[in-house]
Design a protein around this ligand. Structure first.
Ligand code: XIL
Length: 371
């Protein structure tokens, strides 16, 4: 296990109020003005550019410590229609917003089987890449070029990683590498990456990311300033979790520079909240950080008042589990700000804020988790 960032909002609050750090006084709900003031783990939110303007922007900066780009840092977002790399306009806007508000950024994602430019797995003549040695070398070079270009863009605008002006603290290097099939012995998802490069694509992605973010474009005196994560969903279920655990063990055994495991936790009221704790506990034997990266809790339809109240209790209990761990989590991120903009809106009101940015019982559940 590795220890996360030392950020303690409630400790800071105690100090500000002149309370001793061993006091057990807990602020009343009415005194707590924000999630970040109440929860002593960094809390993030996934946004697109709409989250950087108007009322949404005020809520994002007032309530959260950290931002993830919901789509704007995915591979396809970095290229224009002529396949030219440029600093994605959404990524730039979101990162500027984070800097302006003193927030950190959790990058998402360098390598995924989805949301890639159409030409990513084609050769220069437009032919499908195969597993031949020359195609392997071609795709490896494309992987390296992509990862270095992303790191260099941030560096050129915000300075070295690990300096005050650069808000990037983590990146999902590889997203959703694990197969959904319980009978899949290899455990890896069938993807273009896997088909062409085999499991090696994961090693290579982490090695390139480490070189780019933590060496070439990092402050000389910074100690690996960008935490490199492998991220996946359904770790609250045993099969997926075991396959991810085995992969991370193999990576660590091979000396691959993986710093952390991200649990997406796209969950629902019917999933026992203790299963989230079990998912985290299952990785405590490994020398990795852990983060909750994409939390949302669908109520099912209809999302009536009873369901919304139950969801409030679920969020409260989930955040208690997240906060009470011996090894602090790196961060806990919500996958979106308000229900109306959620990718799971059809499954029932999954987030903390309703339309009009009203605070739901889910919001107060998170605040109450600190009591
Ligand atoms: C989702 C976004 O929320 C949607 O807006 C987009 O259309 C598809 O991707 N796992 C991930 C995220 O790692 O990148 C996905 O985000 C949700 C599932």
């Amino acid at each position: 296990m590795r220890t996360g960032r030392i950020v303690s909002a409630s400790l800071a609050l105690s100090v500000a109020l002149g309370l001793s750090s061993c006091t057990t006084t807990v602020p009343e709900r009415s005194q707590v003005r924000s999630i970040k003031g109440a929860v002593d783990v960094p809390v993030g939110v996934a946004i697109d550019v709409r989250g950087t303007a108007g009322d949404a922007a005020s809520v994002v900066s007032a309530e959260f410590d950290q931002i993830t780009a919901e789509n704007d840092m995915k591979p396809e977002a970095w290229y224009d229609d002529d396949a030219q790399f440029r600093f994605g306009p959404g990524a730039k806007k979101i990162t500027d917003f984070a800097v302006a508000h003193g927030m950190s950024v959790y990058g998402h994602t360098l390598v995924w089987y989805k949301q890639n430019p159409e030409w990513f797995f084609l050769d220069d003549e437009g032919g499908e890449l195969t597993g031949s040695a020359s195609d392997e070398a071609f795709l490896t070079e494309r992987l390296r070029t992509h990862i270095f270009a992303v790191a260099e863009s941030f560096h050129n605008v915000y300075g070295d990683f690990g300096t005050d002006g650069n808000p990037i603290v983590a990146f999902d290097v590889v997203n959703e590498a694990i197969s959904d099939a319980n009978d899949d012995a290899a455990g890896l998802r069938d993807s273009s990456w896997e088909r062409i490069l085999g499991e090696d694509y994961i090693d290579l992605a982490f090695e390139f990311a480490d070189e780019a973010f933590n060496d070439r474009f990092a402050a000389p005196d910074a100690d690996r300033p960008v935490a490199l994560f492998i991220n996946d969903y359904d770790t609250e279920f045993e099969g997926k979790r075991d396959r991810l655990h085995s992969l991370v063990e193999r990576l660590l055994d091979r000396g691959v520079p993986v710093d952390g495991v991200g649990h997406q936790f796209h969950t629902r009221l019917s999933t026992d909240v203790d299963d989230l704790g079990a998912a985290l506990a299952a990785f405590d034997d490994l020398d990795v950080l852990q983060a909750v990266t994409e939390l949302d809790v669908a109520t099912g339809i209809p999302a009536d008042n009873a369901a919304l109240d139950e969801q409030g209790d679920y969020y409260r209990d989930a955040f208690r589990i997240f906060r009470e761990r011996d090894d602090p989590l790196f961060s806990v991120s919500l996958w979106g700000l308000s229900d109306d903009r959620s990718w799971r809106a059809d499954e029932g009101a999954p987030l903390l804020f309703g339309s009009g940015l009203t605070k739901k019982p889910a919001y107060f559940g998170v605040i109450d988790s600190a009591e």
